[in-house]
Write a protein that binds this ligand. Structure first.
Ligand code: FEO
Length: 175
């Protein structure tokens, strides 16, 4: 039966599996940002929380984009199981260290996925993934900017208050 189903799509099984792994990774990224937003909100960093809620939504958008692609080319998109993310951070800054590391991991995963598509001669999926290659440049830049603000502004005095305010502006035209 499985072979019969596969005859109806040019999507190779190994690419379908890899895309489903990426769906899961984006869902995990969304859950991680939500946990970070929760930490910021309960520690008084309300603008950062807003920014992180927005990031969480974006990650869900990324997940859905791949999900719909898999479905549209006749594959099986799998609703992913998401493990409980980290809930606590020691410092305000370490939240954004986690965010940047997470974005770097996603960039590596997307790059590997593109290589896999090229090796499998799946140029349609490779082409589809170019959006993500570009998106990751922005996502990493935003995460790096948030971390930079800790150095540029400094955490003394009202520093953390100002950092919070500035993080809230990342990605908006106000910055
Ligand atoms: Fe969807 Fe921020 O990677």
């Amino acid at each position: 039966m499985k072979d019969l189903v596969r005859l109806r799509t040019s999507l190779k099984e190994e690419i379908e599996t890899a895309l489903n792994s990426q769906i899961k990774m984006e869902a995990e990224a969304s859950a991680k940002y939500l946990a970070m937003a929760s930490w910021c909100e309960r520690n008084g960093y309300l603008k950062s929380a807003e920014y992180l809620y927005k990031q969480s939504d974006e990650e869900r958008g990324h997940m859905l984009k791949i999900f719909h692609y898999v479905a549209s080319v006749g594959g099986t998109a799998v609703s992913p199981e998401v493990p409980s993310p980290q809930l606590e951070w020691g410092t305000f800054q370490s939240v954004f260290e986690t965010a940047l590391q997470s974005e770097i991991n996603v960039t590596h995963a997307i790059n590997k996925l593109v290589t896999k598509c090229r090796n499998a001669e799946d140029y349609a999926t490779e082409n589809f993934l170019q959006w993500f290659v570009k998106e990751q440049i922005e996502e990493e830049a935003n995460a790096r900017r948030a971390l930079e603000l800790f150095d540029v502004i400094g955490e003394d005095g009202t520093g953390r208050f100002t950092i919070d305010k500035e993080i809230g502006k990342i990605g908006s035209t106000e910055e």
